[in-house]
Design a protein around this ligand. Sequence first.
Ligand code: SF4
Length: 343
Amino acid sequence: MNTTHKKVWRTLQVAVWLVGFAIFSSLLFFPAVGIMLFWNILIPVAPLLIVVAVGVWRNVCPLATINLLPRHLGISKRKIMTPELQAKLGLISVLALYIIVPLRHAIFNTNGQATAILIFSMIVLGLWMGSRYEWKSAWCSTLCPVHPVERLYGNNVFGAVGNAHCDKCQNCVVPCPDSTPNMNPRLVKKNIFSQISGLLITGGLPGFVWGWFHVPDHDGISSGYDLFRVYEMPPAGMVVTLTVYLVLLNARLVREMWLVRVFSTAAVSCYYWYRIPSLLGFGQFETDGVLYNAKNVIPYWSIEVMISATTLFFILWLLIRKPNKQSWVVRPAFAEKREVGVN
Ligand code: SF4
């Protein structure tokens, strides 16, 4: 990457970091505003950005900017992780996603401080990992709970952008999700951990998303029943679509890459199918996740047009459009070879 491009990315990283910091501060001190900015604006935009240009997001993600800081400043131990540890952390990230996201209904959607604590915990963990391990193996390509979704949705991005973090490739993750064309969760089947995590996210996410939207927000967890309500529908949906995925996979009627594309399309389409109505006040649970209540402003058919349009877009982008052999970012030149486990 040339100096001008680097400067542009650094400027963007600082700008997005400042936005992130503003949202984080709002969550702490003006929770209603913070919740609106984080859960009702940033998070709803994220899946679309991941589908189209996940490399842009990975270049500017504020959490990445923080946890890669030790590496940029030259104070990381830069350990190279074993493939087995990478796979184990990858499985933990999928499980973390499936455990944390349902808690939004009972805690995070309505509690700004709790959301801030969740983000802060990830910052501390990410920084600690970043101070020990090389580049994105530390967090962005292993433990980050958003990363499994990036792998699933980012299987046919518009094209590769420059890598705004790694100056030289240290081969810290193999295969590197950023640098592998048409990356997807089922490309890596090195061991049982990567196999399980790949199946859980690919087969399970569409049903999980569907189930998640069938749980109303409620204030806190004060009984076993509250916990049951939170964890009932999303895992149930997950089990259903995972079973369908496994049946289709074993039937060998189509190539697995096709199945991955079908299931990623289903998951992201399902997300917007439910999220757009709720953002505009037309959701199944009227007060949940509303950005602007447009119920008395626009007719319901306009919502149907919007969700049909997003679904059509994802079908065209992820399913009909041929895999374009593009990676998320351009791999930088390789550095000298280092051995696994070396400090
Ligand atoms: S480009 Fe190379 S150094 Fe950077 S995350 Fe990928 S494998 Fe690691």
